[in-house]
Design a protein around this ligand. Structure first.
Ligand SMILES: NC(=O)c1ccc[n+]([C@@H]2O[C@H](COP(=O)([O-])OP(=O)(O)OC[C@H]3O[C@@H](n4cnc5c(N)ncnc54)[C@H](OP(=O)(O)O)[C@@H]3O)[C@@H](O)[C@H]2O)c1
Length: 256
């Protein structure tokens, strides 16, 4: 119940899916802090659901001034920050994941900006407000390791995230800030509604359950549990690495 007592956390994209699951797990372990997102309505609903132990601050992770504002306001309210979860990302609104024939320079940039560049600058903008000894958790993906149709750019961006945890851990060693990647497999979140029409939703989720060795999609709370470990002092010797929370998707083949 108190593994994160007295910790202040920022979870980007905490108003939906995995980010909300992480914020909820953090709250259940005694943390307070900030969730971010662009949608003010879901930010408010999510903050209320977290008993307002987490406040909502509106911000676009592609906008460096917005990022600065998130950390400045969090530090003003709570003091220094102990945990940063770089979670916002995934699907670009209105831009389908697609195979190379259909990708434009613009859609390439939009995916790379959301899933790689924004993560780098989220970390950079947090640094003046992070405590020495803080834990930074980058949300990666099993897509960094296992190709799937239409997901080459997304997977490449997430593979780069896995490396960022190593490079940034090195940069931040003097401050004893640990950076690790937490890579989910297929998790049941609203993201699938952004990818396929309503009538195909259950079919697509079932397809992911079928190819996941454990036989189902994961829950946001299961990513939350792993994030609690990485955020807490229990993971004090874990630096610059990746934890896969994917029901076996990356490492086990279901050969019949
Ligand atoms: N679900 C999965 O199966 C899965 C698997 C592996 C990895 N992941 C990763 O897990 C993370 C969360 O995914 P999810 O499944 O929870 O997706 P989701 O339910 O679609 O949530 C995405 C979150 O990111 C925020 N966001 C998106 N664009 C943003 C922007 N430009 N600025 C600020 N916030 C932005 C959204 O808030 P607003 O719309 O309010 O801005 C929302 O809170 C992503 O990094 C994704 O790549 C997901």
């Amino acid at each position: 119940m108190n593994r994160l007592k007295n910790k202040v956390a920022v979870v980007t994209g905490g108003n939906s899916g995995i980010g909300f699951g992480i914020a909820e797990s953090f709250k259940n372990e005694g943390a307070v802090g900030t969730i971010t997102g662009r949608n003010e309505t879901t930010l408010k609903i999510s903050a209320d659901a977290l008993n307002n132990e987490f406040i909502g601050i509106k911000g676009d992770v592609n906008n460096l001034d917005d990022l600065e504002n998130v950390f400045k306001k969090t530090a003003e309210k709570f003091g220094k920050i102990d945990v940063l979860v770089v979670n916002a990302g995934g699907v670009v609104d209105g831009v389908p994941l697609d195979s190379i024939e259909n990708v434009t320079e613009e859609s390439y940039d939009q995916y790379m900006d959301l899933n790689l560049k924004s993560a780098y600058f989220t970390v950079q903008k947090s640094l003046p407000y992070l405590n020495d000894g803080a834990s930074i958790i980058l949300i990666g993906s099993s897509a960094a390791h296992r190709a799937a149709p239409g997901m080459a750019i997304y997977g490449a961006a997430k593979a780069a995230i896995v490396f960022l945890a190593k490079g940034l851990s090195l940069d931040l060693l003097p401050r004893k800030i640990r950076v690790n990647t937490l890579s989910p497999g297929s998790i049941d979140t609203p993201v699938f509604g952004k990818l396929v029409p309503e009538e195909q939703l259950e079919l697509v989720k079932q397809m992911w359950s079928d190819i996941t060795p454990i036989g189902r999609q994961g829950l946001p709370s299961e990513i939350g549990n792993a994030a609690v470990f990485l955020a807490s002092d229990e993971s004090s010797f874990i630096v610059g690495t990746e934890i896969l929370a994917d029901g076996g998707l990356t490492n086990i083949s279901l050969m019949k």
